[in-house]
Design a protein around this ligand. Structure first.
Ligand code: 5AD
Ligand code: SF4
Length: 473
């Protein structure tokens, strides 16, 4: 155990009863968004009961980082340079700002990060968030001595993190849509991907813990829950009945929670789409007709080089089965262009797959070499100019498909979950079953309700709609 911090009186952190202010900067995936929330929860007992709108007014700033692509570390160091100035200003004013770097860059860089940015107080990896209060106490007790924890500890962080406490931070609106991490880490080792190294081996949370957290989220106002995992459909956990449950079984149990209207899950791997999960898309009305299922490439040569362990035909056949189970299923995916070894013909195979299947939306990326991954060492790297051209071509196709998908919704009456106020006075924002943002006019009392609206117009990334007036009985 770490002793409670003893701080010199001039520090604003020394006042034990004053609310302390936290500012979290989150980059990367939805798992990081979820993790940032859990870190905030973990810090409530340490007095962090207020969110600071900007780092300027925060007592603790956490940079929750992503290492998946690009010059992730460079981006972190440039943000840290900016935060360093704020920290120095605070010190000159007789106060103290604590600076923590969390997430996958912290995990990957560790000691190197501290060597390059010694003004950082805490560096912690994604598996040690439950230790954050103890790390904070150590950092507070010993200014100028950075604290590092990038272990993969034997204990499960989820068992040691406090339950999510939506509303614990005064003024925070109840979240109609919530994330719930059920699985973390990945054993797939795609050749390009850093996740198995930064997040560690695949781990599933027990069903009872997931059901408990979901029940709490619903009690706090959530109507839609998105289950999260790096490889979420590989989830398998001990069920309360002693049997090993699959994701399909878990979804069926979650669908029973009164007040929970909608379920989603992300991100999946095609190899783990079991028969029962496909059937769940047919049988569970709460499971939304939208699936993000990364394929990465349409070329079997590239898929083999990527160690994806499926072919383009496998993926196409899988989508056919899913669409047979749920005909209105909208599809999303991830694509990488310019993976080592990708030729023009390989890239055209990706274009052909996209044309053949049709996507409601998709994310596409230029391959970016990640240190320590097998693909980074491959001899046949693709020229940057070719990557740029291929990415532009693929993105134009995906944009056109997305516009077509959105345009096809015009005139339809669809159930929209109202998530909050819209951007303009009198407007509400919500989302369609297919994850499209929808805007329409209506009273704030509708927030949290699922109501029918008629889609009036399709914009590139959202829909505008008209509320169906209730007809007299
Ligand atoms: N380069 C480019 N894109 C990548 N992704 C993962 N690793 C890399 C990389 N090294 C993409 C994949 C994955 C998504 C989360 O990020 O498409 O599905
Ligand atoms: Fe990375 Fe592949 Fe695991 Fe997805 S399945 S997290 S791309 S290694």
């Amino acid at each position: 155990m770490t002793a409670a911090p003893i701080l010199p009186p001039p520090s604003p952190l020394a006042a034990p009863l004053a609310a302390r202010r936290l500012h979290v900067i989150t980059w990367g995936c939805q798992m990081n968004v979820y993790d940032s929330g859990r870190m905030a929860d973990a810090l409530v007992p340490a007095g962090f009961t207020e969110a600071a709108a900007t780092p300027e007014t925060a007592d603790l700033v956490i940079l929750n980082t992503c290492h998946i692509r690009d010059r992730a570390a460079e981006k972190v160091f440039s943000e840290l340079g900016r935060l360093r100035l704020l920290k120095e200003d605070r010190a000159r004013a007789g106060g103290r700002m604590i600076l923590a770097v969390a997430g996958c860059v912290a995990q990957a860089e560790g000691e190197a990060l501290i060597a390059r940015a010694p003004f950082v107080d805490i560096v912690l990896g994604p598996q040690t968030y439950h230790r954050l209060p103890a790390l904070l106490a150590r950092a507070e007790a010993a200014p100028g001595e950075p604290v590092l924890d990038t272990e993969f500890p034997p204990e499960d962080k989820f068992d040691h993190l406090p339950q999510p406490t939506p509303g614990a931070i005064p003024g925070a609106a109840p979240r109609i849509t919530a994330f719930l991490a059920i699985q973390e880490g990945c054993d797939k080792f795609c050749a390009f991907c850093v996740v198995p190294y930064t997040r560690g081996a695949e781990q599933s949370r027990p069903a009872a813990a997931v059901l408990d957290e979901a029940t709490r989220l619903v009690a706090a106002g959530a109507r839609e829950i998105t289950l999260l995992g790096q490889n979420v459909n590989a989830w398998h956990g001990a069920g309360p009945d002693g049997a090993t449950w699959t994701l399909a079984r878990l979804l069926a149990a979650l669908a029973e929670i009164p007040g929970l209207a909608r379920l989603r899950y992300t991100t999946s791997h095609p190899r783990d789409m079991g028969d029962d999960l496909i059937a769940a898309h047919r049988d569970l009305p709460a499971l939304m007709p939208f699936l993000h299922l990364p394929v990465q490439s349409g070329s079997d040569r590239v898929l083999a080089a990527m160690n994806r362990r499926h072919t383009a035909a496998d993926y196409i056949a899988l989508i056919a089965r899913l669409r047979a189970a749920r005909p209105d299923l909208a599809l999303s995916s991830d694509f990488i262009v310019g993976h080592p070894g990708e030729t023009e013909a390989d890239f055209q195979a990706t274009m052909a797959l996209v044309r053949a299947l049709g996507f409601a939306q998709a994310y596409s990326f230029k391959y970016s070499a990640r240190p320590g991954t097998p693909a980074a060492a491959a001899p046949d790297q693709v020229a940057e100019a070719d990557k740029d051209r291929r990415l532009a071509e693929l993105q134009a196709l995906i944009r056109a498909q997305q516009a077509r998908f959105n345009a096809a919704c015009v005139g339809q009456t669809v159930p929209v979950l109202v998530t909050g106020p819209g951007r303009h006075p009198g407007q509400l924002a919500g989302r369609s079953p297919w994850l499209q943002p929808v805007h329409f006019f209506g009273p704030p009392a509708l927030i949290g309700a699922e109501i029918p609206v008629t889609i009036a117009a399709a914009l590139p990334n959202s829909l505008s709609a008209v509320r169906q007036e209730r007809t007299a009985a």
